[in-house]
Design a protein around this ligand. Structure first.
Ligand code: TR5
Length: 143
């Protein structure tokens, strides 16, 4: 049986997953799991920390190195699409931290930075974060 023989079935699966995604991860200002990681209420493997930024290993790594880099204070930055002029400094700091951590991780042959935004972007945690991914050859396009 081919899925393509049943377009109505595929459609209903697609709608169900969209509805589920909306219920599970509605973009909002509600606290996220990252607040608990920042406050050390939930353990994480921190690889870099300063007064503004935290970098820790992703719990479901997609490559030998997979690190999340987040601002300690979200300040409305649930995602990149919410960025305002006042966020320019922290956005630059997140990128600079990615470079520092990539060096620290020995990713001398390259790496990838990903920011998922919104439901179509595959974002699941609504506290802005960079994915620093490396240690293997990346593909393109990225899906
Ligand atoms: O899907 P987006 O781009 O929003 O990325 C969210 C990332 O957070 C995913 O790659 C998850 O694997 C990661 N994640 C989710 C949790 C988590 C985590 N990374 C480290 N530690 C985590 N804890 C303790 N709990 C999570 N729910």
């Amino acid at each position: 049986l081919k899925f393509s023989s049943y377009p109505h079935f595929v459609l209903s699966i697609s709608m169900a997953s969209k509805i589920e995604a909306t219920l599970v991860s509605t973009p909002s200002d509600a606290p996220t799991i990252f607040d608990q990681i920042i406050n050390k209420e939930i353990p994480s493997t921190v690889v870099y920390e300063d007064d503004k930024v935290l970098a820790f290993r992703d719990i479901a790594p997609q490559a030998p190195t997979h690190i999340l880099i987040i601002p300690k204070v979200r300040d409305g930055l649930t995602g990149l699409s919410k960025a305002e002029e006042r966020h320019c400094e922290i956005l630059g700091r997140l990128l600079h931290t990615a470079k520092l951590v990539a060096k620290q991780e020995g990713l001398d042959d390259g790496f990838r930075i990903v920011i998922n935004d919104g439901l179509d972007g595959g974002q699941t945690v609504f506290h802005i974060h960079l994915h620093l991914i490396g240690g293997r050859q990346m593909g393109w396009p990225p899906f």
